[in-house]
Design a binder for this molecule. Structure first.
Ligand SMILES: Cc1cc2nc3c(=O)[nH]c(=O)nc-3n(C[C@H](O)[C@H](O)[C@H](O)COP(=O)(O)OP(=O)(O)OC[C@H]3O[C@@H](n4cnc5c(N)ncnc54)[C@H](O)[C@@H]3O)c2cc1C
Length: 401
């Protein structure tokens, strides 16, 4: 017998669960389910990220990323206090290592101020070394708001709350088909689920789920793996908080950094290399269907022609530990190869248009009885309560608030 819901959320990552939480907060009587193909929540991007609470300093003022990050941050800390989700506000340094990076450092400072961040300031090398004794810099930004947290624990907290409000979290059920009758009929493994509204928060597969209801949409998700090294106990002594380089405005997700973890230890990374499978957490994992989909997508080919040099450099650093170490030594010269041991990896969903343009902001598109979250880039974990609120508002408008 098919079960019937008011709202079905596809994807039990942090965005899908936060959306469900916000929906039930506003409309407790809603019949709601969240479905995921994995047997646990936060199995992909949400459970493989850097664990950083972003301040919002980087994002273009007025962009959705800036707005969601700032308001999501404000909502996140009281939520974590209330729910016992571990976090720490430890601050970070954004470090210019060459004079040529100073104008970009200044632009980031201005973005931060325009985004309303109090207390951020530019500091000189001496003050930077008082905070991070091993850093090399010509000037740095001190961002006191940045923190670290356990995003899997956050996702578990959302899950607990929505289940306590009567929602069902259906794990181990991959959505394969959506039929339109007078309700939507969603086929997930051997379940048939009827729903008035479907919210697609499928992360790395959001474009494929969107195609089930909007066959003509031209977007494609390109998977970029971010690989980390863990610092040995000796290496951990070199880093006190978080140390980031000045990002390249064309590739803001590039730029290996040092991140202290909430449960102890320090990670260095991630890089960004094309993954040969959407869930290709290691370079040996290949999904031929998905790889062919990437390589034959006109947007990917255009991107590759424009940025092949950058792409090759990232591949080289992925294979060559000395090259990775040299990159890190620009920030912390004392770090040595023997301080680094292989760490985890995450795969980032990067939304690309047929013209080869990468979306750097949230992309949420609606169709009849459907809300598709096509792009939920970093800082979606930090911003999950704000993004979830926005998606929930749009969903409630569709089903009649
Ligand atoms: C390497 C890396 C580092 C990052 N660092 C940070 C950071 O420090 N701070 C920060 O704020 N953000 C960070 N981010 C961004 C943040 O983690 C993501 O934006 C966020 O987790 C996206 O959440 P999501 O719920 O949209 O996607 P996901 O967490 O990927 O969830 C999507 C879910 O959909 C499910 N799914 C897919 N297809 C189907 C299907 N057919 N049927 C059923 N279920 C399906 C998947 O199993 C998955 O559980 C980082 C991301 C990466 C990859």
């Amino acid at each position: 017998m098919a079960k019937t819901y008011d709202v079905l959320v596809v994807g039990a990552g942090i965005v899908g669960l936060a959306t469900a939480y916000r929906l039930l907060e506003k409309r407790p009587s809603l019949k709601l389910a969240v479905v995921d193909k994995e047997n646990r929540v936060a199995a992909h991007q949400s459970g493989h990220n850097s664990g950083v609470i972003h301040s919002g300093i980087y994002y273009r003022p007025g962009s959705l990323r800036a707005r969601y990050c700032i308001s999501g941050y404000k909502a996140l800390l009281p939520f974590c206090d209330e729910q016992g989700v571990p976090y720490e506000i430890c601050g970070k340094l954004i470090v210019a290592t060459r004079e040529a990076e100073l104008p970009r450092l200044e632009a980031i400072l201005q973005h931060g101020r325009a985004n309303g961040l109090a207390g951020i300031r530019r500091i000189g090398p001496e003050e930077a070394r008082a905070i991070e004794p091993n850093v090399r810099t010509v000037a740095a930004l001190r961002v006191p708001q940045t923190g670290i947290m356990d995003y899997v624990a956050l996702a578990e907290a959302y899950r607990r709350l929505i289940e306590s409000r009567g929602a069902q979290v259906l794990l181990g059920s991959a959505v394969r088909e959506v039929r339109r009758n007078h309700r939507l009929e969603v086929i997930a493994e051997d379940r048939t689920i009827r729903t008035r509204l479907l919210i697609n928060c499928a992360g790395l597969y959001a474009d494929e789920i969107a195609r089930l209801t909007l066959p003509g949409h031209g977007w494609q998700i390109l998977p970029f793996r971010g690989e980390y090294y863990s610092l040995t106990p000796e290496g951990c002594k070199l880093v006190k908080h978080l140390i980031y380089p000045v990002p390249d405005p064309d590739f803001p997700f590039l730029g290996e950094h040092f991140t202290r973890l909430i449960h102890g230890g320090v990670e260095a990374g991630p890089n960004a290399v094309l993954a040969f499978a959407r869930e290709g957490y290691h370079r040996t994992i290949v999904n031929w269907r998905e790889l062919a989909g990437t390589l034959t997508y006109p947007g990917f080919r255009r991107l590759a022609v424009r940025h092949w040099r950058q792409g090759l450099m990232e591949q080289y650093r992925s294979w060559s530990k000395p090259a990775f170490v040299r990159q890190l030594q620009k920030l912390v010269p004392a770090v040595r190869s023997e301080h680094l041991q292989p760490g985890g990896a995450g795969v980032r969903a990067v939304l690309c248009s047929r013209k080869g343009e990468l979306s750097d902001d949230f992309v949420i598109e609606e169709g009849p009885a459907v809300v598709n979250v096509l792009n939920a880039p970093s800082p979606a974990a930090t911003a999950s309560l704000a993004v979830g609120q926005h998606i929930a508002d749009r969903a409630l408008t569709q089903i009649g608030d």
